[in-house]
Design a protein around this ligand. Structure first.
Ligand SMILES: Cc1ncc(COP(=O)(O)O)c(C=O)c1O
Length: 474
């Protein structure tokens, strides 16, 4: 059969052999080289000719049947589907070229010292899967549409509310808790719900780019405000204030400052007087090593102007994509309506698994384990930095997953970061997070890297930071 000579497999190519066979046959059908009604070689013939198993050929034919290119004939094998003329008008060539140009990539693992990464290896998938299996045994309800739960399963909202009340002093009823796809979705939905184009948002500078993007995407004007040792500095005598203020009071991102009580009260007063909303992002408050954590800003708020957000990305693992918002009562319904437009609700099986994980206490055991490891990693990193005599100063330590290392004033942090990248390290410059001028510094993530990785990372970093050409004149 002439067709057999036109098919050839490249065994070096990524992807399965059945996909290659199906792809080549599909192209011949699309270009008209195989016409409608034409019989295809039997699975035995094709498997002999291509030196592959018959199962591989059957799987390729099944794929083409599923896509409507080929039809199975009772007792006489497979033939090109009679309706395939229509496919020929498709712009095959341009589609194929587009696919060829984009090389598919695989998910990777973070390299030292990429910030904001938890150590996912400390997380027990075995325990997680046990909870998952248990919730799936309840029956098929989690597999159906459940549009009555746009802001999450009640059992999860109850567990999250209890956790936030106990550990962060958050004032909340469980029905004020909304579950989102990571805290990034909470930021996006809040921006859409609360901001009109041109309205002002106060943000710490340097600050979290994910939040800045959400506000600017909604058309708001972001006003970057400086940070001193007490936290964000509101402009003096500003009668207008802003419609929304975004802050990270427990552990300022990225500098690490903990907002003073006096500054917290000033912020709450300003929000009350101007009728502004405060978004408190409590992204990594669980990780305190040398002192007990301050309660949340929301816990001090008597006027319910604070919207509290948090995430399981740091405490469990980022791919889970589950976060939460505690909403003041007037926003509960409108937030739920918007969330339901966005995606109906967040994945239910993961939500139910997480509820069971929290309920059982496994969450707290995991947190204790992480806290111990992360504290040890921070102190090991600081010991090595000083042993190597690196030109870095760490003003705030003893908490969080990241540390900011300040460089000498004449250094250019972008040049440093670029050179570290060439050495295989991922250490963003402080200026990456800032809108205005900022002293030179680097942001190190330490939580995800064990002592061996830290040791190797520092050994690579030392010659770069101690080398020449790091100053601002570069
Ligand atoms: C300050 C801050 N807020 C929020 C997030 C986002 O977390 P999520 O993964 O829940 O979207 C991050 C992630 O790095 C962060 O650093």
């Amino acid at each position: 059969m002439a067709l057999l000579r036109r098919l050839a497999l490249d065994r070096e190519m990524a992807g399965s052999l059945q996909t290659q066979i199906a792809g080549q046959l599909k192209k011949l059908i699309q270009t008209g080289e195989l016409s409608s009604g034409e019989r295809l070689p039997s699975t035995r013939e094709l498997s002999n000719s291509l030196q592959v198993s018959r199962n591989t050929v059957v799987a390729a034919y099944d794929m083409l049947v599923g896509q409507g290119y080929v039809e199975a004939q009772l007792r006489s094998g497979f033939q090109v589907c009679r309706a395939t003329q229509a496919f020929r008008s498709l712009p095959v060539a341009s589609k194929v070229t587009r696919e060829r140009k984009q090389t598919p990539s695989q998910p990777g693992v973070p390299v030292p010292f990429r910030p904001t990464q938890p150590d996912v290896n400390l997380f027990s998938l075995q325990i997680w899967n046990r909870h998952r299996t248990r919730v799936l045994k309840r029956g098929s309800c989690l597999l159906h549409y459940q549009s009555r739960f746009p802001v999450g399963l009640d059992e999860l909202r109850q567990n999250v509310a209890a956790y936030l009340r106990d550990s962060r002093g958050v004032q909340c009823q469980w029905h004020e808790v909304a579950i989102t796809n990571g805290s990034q979705q909470a930021l996006f939905l809040l921006a859409n719900l609360l901001l009109k184009p041109g309205q002002r948002v106060y943000m710490e500078d340097p600050g979290y780019p994910g939040a800045r993007n959400a506000w600017t995407h909604a058309g708001a004007t972001v006003i970057p405000l400086p940070i001193d040792e007490e936290g964000i500095c509101l402009p003096e005598g500003d009668s207008q204030c802003a419609s929304l203020m975004y802050v990270t009071p427990s552990h300022q991102f990225p500098l690490g400052t903990c907002m003073s009580l006096a500054r917290r009260l000033t912020l709450l007063r300003a929000a009350r007087d101007a009728g502004s909303w405060i978004v408190e992002d409590d992204y990594d408050a669980e990780f305190r090593y040398s002192s007990s954590p301050q309660p949340s800003l929301q816990s001090l708020d008597e006027n319910r102007r604070v919207i509290y957000i948090g995430s399981f990305s740091k405490t469990l693992f980022p791919a889970l994509r589950l976060g939460y918002v505690v909403l003041p009562p007037p926003l509960v319904d409108s937030f739920a309506a918007l969330k339901s437009i966005a995606d109906d609700y967040s994945p239910l099986i993961d939500q139910a698994t997480l509820a069971s994980f929290l309920e059982s206490g496994a969450f707290y055991a995991h947190l204790r384990r992480c806290r111990k490891q992360y504290a040890e990693r921070q102190s090991y990193f600081l010991q090595l930095v000083s042993r190597f005599g690196l030109p870095l100063r760490f003003p705030i330590t003893g908490r969080g997953m990241n540390l900011v290392g300040m460089l000498p004033g004449n250094f250019n942090d972008r040049v440093c970061s670029d050179r570290l990248r060439l050495a295989g390290l991922d250490v963003p410059p402080l200026s990456h997070y800032a809108v205005g001028p900022t002293p030179p510094g680097l942001l190190f993530g330490l939580a995800a890297f064990d002592n061996r990785a830290i040791q190797r990372g520092i050994a690579r970093m030392a010659p770069v930071l101690q080398g020449k050409g790091m100053d601002r004149s570069e």
